[in-house]
Ligand binder design. Structure first.
Ligand code: BG6
Length: 443
C-alpha cells in the first residue's frame, strides 16, 4: 500500500484557510497513517500570515506523528530553498487553497522559484467564470505547467457512487444493449440541498447554481452516464469520450429560480437576479442519444438534501398488462448521496390476485453490501495526485467545453421566487421521477 509513492513535499498556499483546516490536513493525516504519503513526507503551509512551526502545528487536530511533518513558510518566495533544506524530494505538489483569481499569479510565482518537472499543482473549482475566462486561466497556467502537471478537482468524481457509474455500465452486460434511445425515454438528474447559501454569498452571488453545480458536477455525471466505452481505462481515453459527449450537448430549455430571503444573505447584491435553483432540459445530439431528453434540476434551500440520477425506460406496448397504457415504466435510480445505492423499479404481480400489478424494487444498497466507511473525497483525490493518476480530475478542454455548453444561459435574468424549504413548482415538460419516494431505501 502506497509503496510506489516517491518522497513527496506537499505545499498548501492558503493553509490558514478553512479548507485546509476542515478537509485537506485531516485527509493527509489519514493518508499518512495509512502509509500512503510516501517515505518521510513534509507538508508545508504557506500564506501571508506569520506562524512559527509550533503555532502552525497547533492549528490542526491531527495525530502527533503526522504533526511532526508539518511546517510553515510565509509567502511563496524562498519556498524552494526551504523545501530543499528539508531533504531531496522527488515530487512536489502545490494545493492552491486560494481564491481562483489568485491562481494565475501564484502559478507564475511557483515557477519563478525554479521548481521543475517534479512539481504539480492542484486547483479547486471554479475554473473560470465563463468560456472566455476559462480559456484565459488555462492559458495563464500553460506556460508554467503542462497538462500532465495540473490537477483540476471536481469532487463529485471522487464520490464512490459516481465512480461506480462506469463500472455499472461497462462491467455488466445486461444494461449495455438497452443504454440508448431505443429503450431509454429520459435521463433525469436531481441534486438538491436543504441549506441556503450560508456564509458564501460573496462567492455565490457572482456565480449562481448553473455555474456552481451544472457546469461542472452535473455535466460530469451526465458524461459518465452517456459516454461511449473508452478504448481503455487510461485517463486520456476516458476524457476523450467525455469530451465527445460535451461537444454534442445543447440546452433546450432553462428556468431559473431564487428562494425568498436570498437577498438578506451576507455578500448578496441588492436586487440580485442570481439563481439559487435551476431546471434545464438538454439534448445529446449523437446517434446513441438523439431524442432522449435530459432533465437536470438543482438548487439550494429546498425541502431535502440528496443527489439522484434516474433512467426512465420506454413503456411496454399498450397490450396485455398495459392495455390501458397506464403501467409505470421501468426505472433505474442511482442514489449518489446521502445514502448510496442503485434501485431498479419493476412491475410484479400482487399475490392472490389474477393480474393486479404493483411496482416493486430491486435494491442494491452500499451499506448492506459493503462493510466499512466510504473514504472522504479529499482522501481519494490527494492520494491520486500523489500516484499521478488523472482519472478523477478534469482536463482543461473538458472544463472549457462545459462552459460553452452552459454559455447560452449564463446571462439571462428572468427569475421566479420560491419558498425556502420547498421545491419550486417547475416549468419543464417533464414527469419527474418521484425521487423523494426513494428516500427510505438504502438508509
Ligand atoms: C460545491 C458547490 O462545489 O458543491 C457548493 O460550490 C455545493 O455550492 C457543493 O454545496 C455540493 O457538494 P456536495 O458534495 O455536498 O453535494
Amino acid at each position: 500500500m502506497g509503496m510506489n509513492i516517491p518522497k513527496t513535499a506537499i505545499v498548501i498556499p492558503g493553509a490558514s484557510g478553512d479548507l485546509a483546516q476542515r478537509k485537506l490536513v485531516p485527509a493527509l493525516d489519514i493518508l499518512y497513517r495509512q502509509q500512503r504519503l510516501g517515505p518521510d513526507p513534509i507538508l508545508v503551509g504557506s500564506g501571508r500570515s506569520s506562524f512559527t512551526t509550533e503555532s502552525f502545528r497547533e492549528r490542526f487536530n491531527v495525530s502527533t506523528e503526522f504533526a511532526r511533518h508539518l511546517y510553515y513558510h510565509q509567502g511563496i518566495s524562498g519556498i524552494k530553498s526551504f523545501i530543499d533544506s528539508r531533504g531531496a524530494f522527488e515530487r512536489i505538489v502545490f494545493f492552491l487553497s486560494l481564491p481562483p483569481a489568485a491562481y494565475g499569479d501564484t502559478a507564475q510565482e511557483i515557477a519563478a522559484e525554479g521548481f521543475g518537472d517534479e512539481t504539480s499543482i492542484i486547483l479547486e473549482k471554479p475554473f473560470g467564470y465563463d468560456s472566455a475566462s476559462a480559456h484565459e486561466l488555462n492559458s495563464r497556467l500553460a506556460p508554467y505547467f503542462d497538462e500532465q502537471r495540473i490537477f483540476r478537482i471536481d469532487h463529485y468524481l471522487a464520490k464512490e457512487a459516481v465512480q461506480n457509474i462506469l463500472v455499472f455500465r461497462f462491467a455488466n452486460s445486461i444494461f449495455y444493449p438497452v443504454w440508448n434511445n431505443r429503450y431509454i425515454d429520459s435521463i433525469q438528474i436531481s441534486a438538491l440541498e436543504n441549506e441556503g447559501i450560508v456564509e458564501r454569498g460573496a462567492y455565490f452571488d457572482h456565480a449562481g447554481i448553473i455555474r456552481d453545480m451544472v457546469q461542472n458536477h452535473l455535466l460530469q455525471l451526465l458524461c459518465l452516464l452517456t459516454m461511449e466505452a473508452p478504448v481503455s481505462l487510461d485517463p486520456d481515453d476516458i476524457r476523450a469520450q467525455k469530451i465527445t459527449v460535451l461537444r454534442s450537448l445543447r440546452i433546450d430549455r432553462c428556468h431559473r429560480y431564487q428562494y425568498r430571503g436570498y437577498h438578506d444573505g451576507k455578500g448578496v447584491a441588492p436586487g440580485s437576479t442570481t439563481e439559487t435553483f435551476a431546471e434545464l432540459q438538454l439534448s445529446i445530439n449523437n446517434f446513441r442519444w438523439t431524442g432522449v431528453p435530459v432533465y437536470i434540476r438543482t438548487g439550494k434551500a429546498v425541502h431535502r438534501r440528496g443527489t439522484e440520477i434516474g433512467i426512465r425506460f420506454k413503456p411496454v406496448p399498450p397490450l396485455l398488462f398495459n392495455h390501458n397504457g397506464a403501467l409505470p415504466p421501468n426505472q433505474i435510480v442511482f442514489k449518489i448521496q446521502p445514502a448510496e445505492g442503485i434501485i431498479l423499479d419493476i412491475q410484479s404481480k400482487i399475490p392472490g390476485t389474477d393480474d393486479s400489478i404493483s411496482r416493486s424494487t430491486m435494491n442494491f444498497c452500499y451499506r448492506d453490501v459493503f462493510a466499512g466507511t466510504i473514504p472522504e473525497a479529499y482522501q481519494r483525490l490527494l492520494y491520486d495526485v500523489l500516484r499521478n493518476d488523472h482519472t478523477l480530475f478534469v482536463s482543461a478542454r473538458e472544463s472549457e467545453i462545459a462552459w460553452d455548453v452552459v454559455g447560452p444561459v449564463l446571462h439571462t435574468t428572468d427569475i421566479e421566487p420560491y419558498e425556502p424549504g420547498s421545491l419550486p413548482a417547475g416549468k419543464l415538460p417533464v414527469d419527474w421521477i418521484d425521487f423523494d419516494g426513494y428516500q427510505g431505501l438504502c438508509g
